[in-house]
Design a protein around this ligand. Structure first.
Ligand SMILES: C[S@@+](CC[C@H](N)C(=O)[O-])C[C@H]1O[C@@H](n2cnc3c(N)ncnc32)[C@H](O)[C@@H]1O
Length: 302
């Protein structure tokens, strides 16, 4: 039975799509080449998400996104245990996966995204929900940087900002403005690329130039082909303390499946799927595994 992706054994640098071998997006897994194998500069600045929406949406059903969303949902549920009907803001909600799950769980959610296509997907999914869920989730178009103009201080009990900070040149202004929106006792949930593990992905693809670059820089090309930026837990901890939302807990996200191919799908065998998620879940909360996860899920509490 086809049970989906399993981690391949190491076969050298040909294992994953490499420059000039087809299948790779510009910048995917290689910071230094285009499709023709010509040298390309490694990123010195992070960019924006614009241009990545199509590939992001295409891969939503893939194993990597599945693991990401499942892990984040479990971790949020753990952090929200005992809290009912929270006022939640999801900045950069995209297709609305977490916003919808939280609305289903009884929370009152506002999702904001600057991309009309992603927001359209979220709206389509919301239209399929029961009326009571539809009544608990509002989706708005806008730039998260402006949220301090739309909402008053202490307007929300929980603020999510997942997969957004890596596209900002400096995360601190966004974090500061989100912190102001939190009520006392509120939670800030950040999902960021882990700078302390930045060399692992290019190294697994045999791209040693990009792996070496990752030791020196927080800039990289992600698997959507976008220039992006990674954060260290230590730096985020300082920023969060400065805005009076110190780190309460942190998890890794995607320790074992980060290097799965983009078209890998979750195992169809339910037992295998449960074991895969259990292994990722255990690694997400266990040192030293979580320290080298591709993503960090950092929870601050006001
Ligand atoms: C990688 S997707 C993540 C979507 C969702 N948060 C998740 O984790 O599944 C990033 C999303 O953030 C949105 N985004 C990026 N910068 C933004 C900003 N300044 N304001 C609002 N949305 C933004 C993008 O349009 C995109 O939909």
């Amino acid at each position: 039975m086809d049970s989906g992706w399993a981690p391949p054994s190491w076969e050298g640098p040909g294992l994953y799509a490499l420059p000039g071998q087809g299948g790779a997006l510009p910048g995917q897994g290689d910071g230094g080449h285009d499709r023709l194998g010509q040298e390309r500069r490694l990123p010195s600045r992070s960019g924006s998400f614009a241009g990545g929406t199509g590939a992001w949406l295409d891969r939503l059903g893939g194993l990597r996104n599945f693991v990401r969303q499942e892990l984040v949902s479990r971790q949020l549920a753990e952090q929200l245990a005992g809290r009912s009907a929270q006022r939640v803001l999801d900045i950069g909600c995209g297709q609305g996966t977490q916003a919808l799950r939280l609305a289903r769980a009884g929370h009152y959610v506002t999702g904001i995204d600057s991309d009309p296509v992603a927001l359209g997907v979220a709206q389509g999914a919301l239209a399929e929900e029961a009326p009571e869920v539809r009544g608990r989730l509002q989706l708005l178009s806008g730039d998260g940087h402006q949220c301090g103009r739309w909402f008053g201080p202490r307007s929300f009990d929980v603020v999510l900002c997942h997969g957004v900070l890596m596209y900002l040149p400096d995360p601190d202004p966004m974090i500061a403005s989100l912190a102001r929106l939190l009520a006392p006792g509120g939670l800030l949930s950040l999902l960021v690329r882990n700078r302390d593990a930045l060399a692992l992905r290019p190294a697994a693809a045999g791209d040693w130039r990009a792996a070496l670059h990752a030791f020196e820089s927080d800039r990289y090309y992600n698997r959507l082909g976008l220039a992006a930026r990674a954060d260290r837990l230590a730096d985020l901890s300082v920023t969060l303390s400065e805005v009076s939302v110190p780190v309460r807990h942190w998890y890794g996200v995607r320790v074992f499946t980060d290097n799965a191919p983009d078209d890998a799908t979750p195992p169809v065998d339910g037992r295998q799927l449960a074991q895969l998620l259990e292994a990722e879940d255990r690694a997400a909360r266990t040192d030293p595994y979580r320290q080298v996860a591709a993503l960090l899920h950092v929870i601050g509490a006001k």
